[in-house]
Design a protein around this ligand. Sequence first.
Ligand SMILES: [Zn+2]
Length: 432
Amino acid sequence: MRLWKRGLAILLLAASALVLVGCGGSEPLDPEARKLVVIGIDSADWRLLGPMIDDEGRLPVIAKFREESASGRMKTFYPLEKSPLLWASISTGVMPEVHGIRNFVKGSQQKPVTGSAWYAPAIWDILGAAGMSSSVVGMWTTYPAREIDGVMVSDYLPYGHGREKPLEGLVWPDSLSAEVNALRVDPGSLTDEDLGRFLTPEQLSIAEAEYPTEMQKLRDVYAADLGYLAVNRMLAQRFDFDLFFYYLRGPDMISHYFYRFLKPQDSRLVVTPEQEEVFHDVVKKYYDWADEVTGEVLSWFPADRQAVIVSDHGFYGPRKSGQKGAAEHSEWGIFLVRSPLYQPGARFNHIDLIDICPTMLALMGLPAAADMPGRVLRDGLTPDGQKRVEEMEKNRVPSYLSLRPAAGPAGEVDAGVDEEIRKQLRSLGYIN
Ligand SMILES: [Zn+2]
């Protein structure tokens, strides 16, 4: 860590120490009580999850978590945006003009954007400066993985299966690379039993024979999610992080690929009765799986660990206009927080995406910065929560921007992997 960073870190720690002992003798914060698990489910939307819980009795983990949490719908940026930009604002607490992550690819050659594009520190950088550790796995725009206090596994992990060996720079620290790379799941290795989670045997045999493109998409998405789940499981068993950031990308991709079979009346693409019959339940069954995964991730930690479940936007489904990509997203995502600072069952009146980072920092006992436009969420606070939020808001530091990561190594450039990524983004309707 550079000296000036150290200087700011000390200032920061002094500020949080003030919070700990100042203001009429508050008790020092228990390091265990400051820890946080974040479960990010890309594109989760109450319009789908709500009826699944309330009318169909599905998603038991998220249903129970909602009872234990303060929750609400989260307003994402409008006009509707792409996930890398949104997750960067969730993680940094600043707007895209400041953090610099605007898109998946850049330039006329559509080169994928690398981790050096971040101009603002993410919550894991801020925590590192305050002496707290993080695990960040599969987050957007993290190739090559860069130095943080903890472990970072890149969003490029699922790519390049055809290569002789995995890309360099997928994991920080490099000492974990071999172990992490070995946990990748090859889409071709998935069995009928694995895919039986999403399709009945009859549906599966028709799908394998008639719809290889759809089946390949399902395999690719599920294999990537399974690989990341295995990596997270290993990291949770081996280490004890202050922030454990679990990110599940698959639900968004599955929604882009399969929502038209759930709502064929809205789709411009013709959906035949047979296709509807075969793929109608895939989106909902993928959420059944996401719910199980949520339960497993929570089970890795003590039952009183603070936890957040959040999405970056909702999902509307196919548009009558035929527009794809971010146009299929909806402006309402989800946000739930389980913590002694918030009353179980409370409902937030309004949540903006930009409020999430200040709120997560407050949960972890750190103030937001004055140049973060969001606020710490106040609805449903317990008396302890009110005290914490008042202290945090009073002690905002002027800015965390000087903690921005230095431009890291460029990583390994592999034209094949770049094209693999572009092909996937094209099939999702994100680029042309
Ligand atoms: Zn999407």
